[in-house]
Ligand binder design. Structure first.
Ligand SMILES: [Zn+2]
Length: 376
């Protein structure tokens, strides 16, 4: 039976995925915005935070075993049943329908699709507006504590004489977390704000790094007073997918782009100054550089891009040579797979472009590594 030929599918897809997850007895999930993360319910998978539900898109995903899909796939995955049995479990047995009933089902399905599309569009617009507000409340980064922060991260003024417009400083940026009872503030302090620009150059999100210049690496130590959990000092807000933080360029004749996961890594490459004339963009996170991948048995580390992902990052047309930096301090196999996916997507979308992955082992000099960059 084709996946979409059962009328109950529309009912199944109208159910919020968190409700389906609760019905299935999946436990240990923690909420962060519209995402829920926790251990994977897959047999023999588990872990701590590899599994996630996306309440906005009604999808689930395990970044380790690769299981993913919608509400029905989740039932199939957890209960180990086929499509029809999953629908029986979720929606009850299939009834014989009259043409009128069938038409009514179709109408409801269409209504539901339209409502979900409207919700998603509104959520996106609200997030972009909130990001813009933070951007407008911040000031150009030059001669602010952002300078001192970058110096602490090994990027001195002489190597990066003019900070780009995409970096700003916010003197009192609020760090909000979403719990069971709504949003609450856990920290408020100075932050480096970076604009995330979509392919068309529009600012659609902000990246924030909370800073504390009394710390050795300049990053604020933020702890949730309620749970005692140590939080990351970086967060993004808005619609970041497919975007980048444009730390330098493009210059008139540039053809080479260097992209790292973090702002600091990318800036270290920039400060090293090789290759000459390159443009340095930060890819925000590995998932954004990778885009969606083809997953499944034996494909976890294969790095095959899912080319149906229309929102994934693709370098601009002028890029002929793409260098992706592989950080030495992240898990090498999955990091490499994600970078490989990004590299292959770029080559497929931009004929004539060549892409390389340059691993930077911990403690090694980025300059030397980039000078001897070899093809992936
Ligand atoms: Zn899993």
């Amino acid at each position: 039976m084709a996946y979409d030929s059962d009328y109950r599918l529309a009912d199944a897809k109208a159910k919020p995925i968190k409700d389906v997850s609760d019905l299935l007895g999946i436990s240990g999930l923690k909420r962060a915005g519209r995402e829920w993360t926790g251990p994977c319910p897959g047999i023999g998978c588990g872990g701590r935070d590899r599994f996630s539900l996306n309440a906005a898109k009604n999808l689930f995903n395990c970044r380790i075993c690769g299981a993913k899909g919608d509400q029905v796939h989740l039932v199939m995955f957890v209960r180990g049943v086929e499509f029809k049995a999953a629908l029986d479990w979720l929606c009850g047995p299939k009834a014989e329908l009259t043409p009128a009933e069938r038409a009514e089902m179709d109408r409801r399905a269409e209504e539901n699709r339209a409502r979900q599309a409207r919700d998603a569009a509104k959520y996106r617009a609200d997030a972009i507006a909130a990001a813009r507000e933070i951007w407008l409340a911040s000031v150009p980064a030059e001669d602010t504590p952002v300078r001192d922060y970058l110096a602490l991260r090994g990027i001195p003024r002489e190597r990066y004489p003019a900070l780009p417009n995409c970096l700003r400083f916010h003197p009192a940026c609020r760090y909000m977390v979403k719990g069971q009872t709504g949003w609450r503030e856990v920290h408020c302090g100075p932050a480096m704000i970076a604009s995330i620009q979509a392919a068309d150059g529009k600012g659609t999100a902000v990246h924030r790094t909370w800073i504390d210049l009394s710390q050795p690496k300049g990053k604020a130590l933020i702890t949730d007073p309620l749970t005692g959990e140590v939080l990351k000092s970086k967060k993004t807000l808005g619609a970041k997918k497919g975007g980048a933080i444009r730390l330098s360029g493009p210059w008139a004749r540039s053809e080479t782009m260097v992209m790292g996961e973090g702002i600091e890594t990318t800036l270290s490459a920039l400060a090293a100054g090789v290759p000459a004339g390159a443009v340095y963009w930060c890819g925000i996170d590995l998932g954004n550089i990778s885009g969606a991948r083809i997953m499944g048995q034996g494909k976890k580390y294969a790095g095959i891009p899912d080319m149906t992902d229309a929102e994934a990052f693709v370098p601009p047309e002028w890029v002929r040579d793409l260098i992706l930096i592989q950080d030495g301090d992240s898990e090498p196999k999955s990091t490499h797979a994600k970078l490989l996916s990004g590299a292959r997507r770029a080559m497929a979308r931009r004929p004539g472009l060549s892409a390389r992955i340059v691993p930077v082992p911990e403690g090694q000099d980025l300059n030397d590594v980039l000078m001897g960059a070899s093809d992936a």
